[in-house]
Design a protein around this ligand. Structure first.
Ligand SMILES: [Zn+2]
Length: 185
């Protein structure tokens, strides 16, 4: 099975635990600015965290991804699901990645971003529109690689940034590229 297909087929039903909805922390919580630690993707703590991230994303309107620092855990785990977002074209459905890194990136494009941890602001952020990301699946610990583009690629870069202690605000060109949010969605 191609690695990208493995990610596409993955769902949280593979996890042997039930996710718990967690409180989302907001800036300037220090955990949001700290570089996350690598995790053992097969450990019970990581598996529970993976399920919790998906559960929290599911109950949050408009949420297309959530990273461990946003629920107060300084580790490199995040979930993404852009399938319901109107800006989405190709995507891999719901997935969680541990210790993920961008392997290659190309074609920058500027677009508006928001974040549950920065609820009152949005900002223009330049991101690659085509990326390859490598990480590990929680539970099995399989190493997977996926090629993502457009809105999903942006969501992945946003979540990987969270795992490295960066917010979208750190990626804007300056205060002129930050806006008050009028509505959450
Ligand atoms: Zn965010």
């Amino acid at each position: 099975m191609a690695l990208s297909e493995r990610v596409r087929d993955w769902t949280e039903d593979e996890l042997p635990v039930t996710g718990v909805v967690r409180d989302v922390v907001r800036a300037p919580a220090p955990v949001l600015s700290a570089s996350g630690a690598d995790v053992d993707p097969t450990s019970p703590e990581t598996v529970q965290l993976a399920a919790d991230l998906v559960a929290t994303m599911r109950v949050s309107p408009g949420c297309v991804g959530l990273a461990a620092p946003q629920v107060g855990e300084g580790v490199r785990v995040f979930c993404v699901d852009v399938s319901a977002h109107p800006k989405t074209r190709a995507h891999h459905g719901t997935f969680v990645l541990c210790n993920a890194e961008v392997v290659s990136a190309s074609r920058n494009e500027k677009a508006r971003e928001g974040c549950m941890s920065v609820p009152d602001l949005t900002g223009d952020v330049k991101r690659a529109t085509r990326i390859v990301v490598r990480g590990q699946l929680p539970g099995s610990g399989e190493t997977v690689e996926l090629a993502a583009e457009a809105f999903e690629a942006r969501a992945l870069q946003h979540e990987i940034d969270h795992c490295n202690g960066l917010l979208f605000l750190d990626r804007t060109a300056g205060a002129h590229a930050v806006y008050a949010r009028k509505t959450y969605l």
